[in-house]
Design a protein around this ligand. Sequence first.
Ligand code: GLN
Length: 451
Amino acid sequence: AHLARIEAVDEKVHAFLHVDREGALAQARAVDEKRAKGEKLGPLAGVPLALKDIFTTEGIPTTVGSKILEGWIPPYDATVTKRLKAADVVILGKTNMDEFAMGSSTENSAYGPTGNPWDLTRIPGGSGGGSSAALASFQAPLAIGTDTGGSIRQPASVTGTVGVKPTYGAVSRYGMVAFSSSLDQGGPCARTVLDAALLHEVIAGHDPLDSTSIDAPVPPVVEAARNGSVEGMRVGVVKQFRGEGYQAGVIQRFDESVALLKDLGAEIVELDCPSFDRALSAYYLIAPSECSSNLARFDGLRYGLRVGDDGTHSAEEVTSLTREAGFGPEVKRRIMLGTYALSSGYYDAYYGSAQKVRTLITRDFEKAFEQVDVIVSPTTPTTAFPIGERADDPMAMYLADLCTIPTNLAGNAAMSLPCGLAPEDNLPVGLQIIAPALKDDRLYKVGAAVE
Ligand code: GLN
């Protein structure tokens, strides 16, 4: 049924970069056979899923939305891919994304944009717009995303779906193509809080192949999602997460959500987190710095595209011709920014200062979580904007992640879930819930209560 749905609508939506029809049918048949033989089935047996094209899949193309990896077929599965297969999930295909996960609209994909199923002339968010669009257009009931600065939560917000960025280190990064390693985190996307929890439980857990993987039990997210409640909880509202640049309808739905939380028995606490105002600036130094280093491996020799290999160019020239042709403008901008921020003479002024701001943001969160159990905010300041509107204005694009970025810098957990439509444009608004590191279950407890 989902393959038929993809055939019927994805020409218009363009959520998928690659549909693995044969593979998906084979996986589904294997589940049927296991069931017929009475063998033990995985926890999500037979459930179809859309996988962001940033996770390696053995024998299936993985492009990361970039021309530089066009035609590359990974020889191995990411840990997330492996765990999905072990849970008997049926992987339908790979979803569209901003190139190397850099962007907030999926317009930076080298393979063309994805439409928002609510209005195809608008963006589905980014970088994981393909995964969220697949959910919102009923092409898949589950999807996987990655969130470096908001790429799971912001697409969830603008497509009226649920997306979770787990605590940093909760989901293995092995086989997940690196953008900014100290921020990148894979996570579940779904249409309901409970579905997200069921997927969370399957993909999270310690992985010795990822040196930053958390060696601790996965928090009881499914149990929390089944027992939604905010009775007696302290919920923080941060002063810095509103004001100029926020759409009136977004603030209206957010205020209604806070009122609902209060009605359901939560105590609302006003919080001041002054360093959050600097989060965007710190992020746009740290993320490009790490990306400039991570993307050095795309040298035209190891994987994918190779340009100028005709016997007349040196290895160095092949590398530079390949990178010139293979990377898009946003990726080049970030590599240049990052290289500059890390250069000798500038390192302390830029990268060093950004790291200090990062520490201040972490401390603001620590202080906040002495007073509250969770924090809530709008996920993103506006609803889905028209395709093309911010394409030539990187600063306007970066503002989409104003509320999501602090969480990545501090490494704690956050969820976005729908909280109604903005009255002025009838487009979905997202409510963000933020929890301390390792307390991911609180997101599901609160999310399930207000869903
Ligand atoms: N939009 C942010 C960026 O462009 C976040 C991306 C992400 O989370 N991968 O960097």
